[in-house]
Design a protein around this ligand. Structure first.
Ligand code: VNL
Length: 389
């Protein structure tokens, strides 16, 4: 009898303390494309988030940080439903992830309504941070990379260009910001070509680009499509046409670069992160990432995920564990730290990332292809928002 009462009492205590623990946990709803066309982005970010917790522990400000991973399959409507469920049922303190622009945009009204920070770890269209005062970005904008690419091209004797981009938000930003700067620096864009985001066939546009006989083709395709693009570039014979390939670093993505073959050696591109970035912080990051993921090389998406977790942890430390959205946003604005990509900060006015952009050349080092950085444009703010002010 006594024993049974004791057991019941102990069970009650256990229940209470696990309830208290659950209440103490801070939940992060991580919405990523784990399947479908953009699955490589989901895989990279998920791995980086797990690594962040393995290296830094699973608590911040004395609270357990519980990540709830959901697969949006790359579809905006699915992401929207998942975000709603995470807010209403799981009571998440953060929404994070967002592998594609339409997904980040679809979730923004939910972030606004629920006053939950939306940490954008991947998507790169400039306007995303305008979609909600609760959006904070740790990835990049396309204009950040495209403008320096245009500047480099004109300075290096490239005068006539065909642009070729994926036909959605970031591609249109890349096309527009490259073209504006290239023209104002004295270059000519002779043709602007776009390919669909879903299942693109690059052959017809590559033929058009070849026929236009430019000095170079400027290309943006999203992470995960670079290898296919390069394959078709070669199949159409553009590698032997004398037409140079210049690009944002999304094309020569570390996730796929090694498989692209020697044909990409020498390709000049601009971006925020290279696995070959020369710093102690990056070496430690790349080594730990490879060790935890059977040799997989981290790409710029992984770094956006890693830094998104840093932002979440540090904001919680600053608020002493308080999780109301306004307090968290105040903590995030202006935060600065050293990322594996170099020094970064969150612009307190726009909530967008400020970071170095590097001009890189694909080279072979120890039998592997890398984007080797040879010039740095420091502390680049999103040029689209900077121009509006
Ligand atoms: C986006 C931009 C997606 C750049 C990407 O890869 C990328 C986006 C998935 O804004 O949707 O490389």
């Amino acid at each position: 009898m006594v024993r049974r009462q004791l057991a019941a009492a102990l069970a009650a205590v256990a229940l209470l303390s696990s309830a208290a623990q659950a209440e103490d946990a801070v939940k992060v709803g991580l919405i990523l494309p784990m399947t479908g066309q953009q699955a490589s982005t989901g895989k990279q970010i998920d791995a980086a988030v797990k690594l962040y917790q393995a290296v830094n522990g699973s608590t911040a400000a004395g609270k357990k940080i519980e990540v709830i991973l959901k697969d949006d399959t790359g579809v905006a409507d699915v992401a929207k439903r998942l975000a709603q469920e995470l807010v209403v049922n799981d009571k998440v303190a953060f929404l994070a992830g967002f592998g594609l622009t339409p997904i980040a945009l679809a979730v923004a009204p939910i972030a606004t309504q629920a006053k939950v920070p939306e940490v954008v770890m991947a998507a790169g269209t400039s306007s995303i941070t305008d979609a909600s005062p609760f959006v904070v970005r740790t990835s990049f904008t396309l204009a950040q990379s495209a403008v320096p690419m245009a500047e480099w091209a004109v300075k290096n004797g490239i005068n006539k260009v065909v642009t070729l981009v994926s036909d959605f938000g970031p591609g249109i930003d890349a096309e527009k910001s490259f073209t504006e700067r290239f023209k104002s620096d004295g270059g000519t864009v002779i043709e602007s070509l776009r390919v669909p985001l879903r299942s693109p066939d690059f052959s017809p546009v590559l033929q058009k680009a070849a026929d236009a006989k430019p000095d170079a083709v400027f290309v943006f395709v999203p992470s995960g499509q670079g290898a296919q693009f390069v394959k078709q570039f070669v199949e159409r014979g553009l590698d032997k046409s004398g037409i140079k390939l210049i690009a944002t670093g999304d094309v020569t993505d570390d996730d796929q670069l090694n498989g692209m073959g020697d044909v990409v050696i020498g390709v000049i591109n601009t971006h925020n992160y290279s696995a070959a970035h020369d710093s102690a912080a990056n070496k430690a990051f790349v080594d730990a990432f490879k060790k935890a993921n059977a040799g997989m090389r981290p790409n710029f998406m992984a770094v956006g995920g890693w830094d998104g977790m840093h932002l979440i942890y540090e904001a919680l430390k600053m608020t002493g564990g308080a999780t109301d959205g306004d307090t968290l946003l105040a903590a995030m604005k202006g935060m600065a730290w050293e990322s594996p990509r170099g020094p970064i900060s969150i612009d307190p006015q726009t909530r967008d990332i400020v970071q170095n952009i590097y001009v890189r050349k694909v080279e072979k080092k120890d039998g592997e292809l890398y984007n080797v950085e040879f010039a740095t444009i420091p502390n680049v703010k999103d040029p689209v928002k900077a121009a509006k002010k």
